[in-house]
Ligand binder design. Structure first.
Ligand SMILES: [Mn+2]
Length: 262
C-alpha cells in the first residue's frame, strides 16, 4: 500500500507538470499523463482515472475525460497506481488549474478537508466504520448551514429524517481498499458498514461537496463547483495513519506545491 501511495503521489506531480498540455488539450491530457506514470512506476492504474475539470467534477465517476480544462476552474483528479503486488492506492485532490483557488473554491475545498480531518479523528480501533462517515457529515452539514444553503438547521439535517445536506454530498465517506479499489465490497453489512475498526484495516476517507451547474438551490457562485479530498488510511493499534499525507491537502499547501512543481 505504501508503494502504491508513493507511486500515485508521483503521478499527481506529473499531472501538475502536464497542466499546460491539459489547458491546450483538455482532460484527456490529465488522464494520459497520470496513466503514463502508472504504467512506468507500477502495473498501471488500479481503476479508471477520474479527470474532471470544472462542472464535470459534479458528476461522480466522470471517466469520459474528454472535456476542456480551463484556467480559473478546479480539476478533480481521482486516481490510483496499482503496483506489482497488485495493491492499489485511491487518492483524490481537487486543485486549481491556475495554481490559485478563488475565494469560493477555497471555502468549499477547506470545508471538505475539515470534514476529512473530523472523519480521520474518528478512525480508531473500536469505533464503528459508520462513525467515520458520521463525523464527516457533521462538518459538511455545519458548513452548509453556516453558508446559508441548508433549508433547515444542521441538527435537523443530521437527524435520520432530515439528511438535506446529502443533496450535495451524495456518496459514502469511506470504502475498504487493497487488492481491489473497493476491497471486500461484497462483505456482509455486519462486517462492513456496521463493522468495528481493527488495526491493519486500510480504507479511504473521501468527503466531497458537489454543486451542479443547474442547481438553483444554491447561489450562483457555488454552481459548477465539485470538490473531493480522498486519502488512504491505515488503522493502527494507537489510532490511524494517513498513508497519503505526503500529498498536500490544505489549499495553501496545494498552492505552494503546485508553484514548486510548475
Ligand atoms: Mn475512493
Amino acid at each position: 500500500m505504501r508503494r502504491a501511495v508513493a507511486a500515485t503521489i508521483k503521478g499527481f506531480e506529473r499531472v501538475v507538470r502536464a497542466l499546460p498540455d491539459a489547458i491546450a488539450l483538455g482532460e484527456r491530457a490529465v488522464e494520459t499523463s497520470f496513466e503514463a506514470g502508472a504504467r512506468l512506476d507500477g502495473n498501471g492504474v488500479g481503476y479508471e482515472t477520474i479527470a474532471a475539470a470544472g462542472p464535470h467534477a459534479t458528476t461522480l465517476h466522470w471517466i469520459r475525460n474528454n472535456g476542456p480544462v480551463r484556467p480559473g476552474d478546479l480539476l478533480l483528479l481521482d486516481a490510483g497506481v496499482e503496483v506489482d503486488s497488485l495493491y492499489t492506492a485511491d487518492i483524490t485532490r481537487t486543485i486549481p488549474v491556475s495554481g490559485r483557488y478563488s475565494a469560493v473554491q477555497r471555502r468549499v475545498w477547506e470545508a471538505v478537508v475539515d470534514a476529512a480531518d473530523a472523519a480521520f479523528a474518528a478512525a480508531r480501533p473500536g469505533n464503528l466504520f459508520r462513525d467515520v462517515h458520521d463525523a464527516a457529515m457533521r462538518v459538511i452539514a455545519e458548513r452548509l448551514e453556516e453558508w446559508g444553503l441548508l433549508p433547515v438547521t444542521a441538527a435537523e439535517a443530521l437527524s435520520p429524517e432530515g439528511q438535506q445536506h446529502r443533496r450535495w454530498m451524495v456518496h459514502g465517506t469511506s470504502h475498504h481498499l487493497g487488492l481491489d479499489v473497493h476491497d471486500c465490497a461484497a462483505s456482509r453489512a455486519a462486517l462492513y458498514l456496521d463493522g468495528r475498526l481493527e488495526a491493519g484495516m486500510v480504507f479511504t476517507i473521501e468527503p466531497g461537496l458537489y454543486f451542479k451547474p443547474e442547481d438553483l438551490a444554491v447561489p450562483e457562485e457555488y454552481r459548477g463547483i465539485g470538490c473531493r479530498c480522498e486519502d488512504d488510511i491505515l488503522i493502527t493499534a494507537a489510532g490511524a495513519e494517513n498513508l497519503s499525507a505526503a500529498l498536500p491537502r490544505r489549499a495553501a499547501a496545494i498552492e505552494e506545491w503546485m508553484a514548486a512543481i510548475g
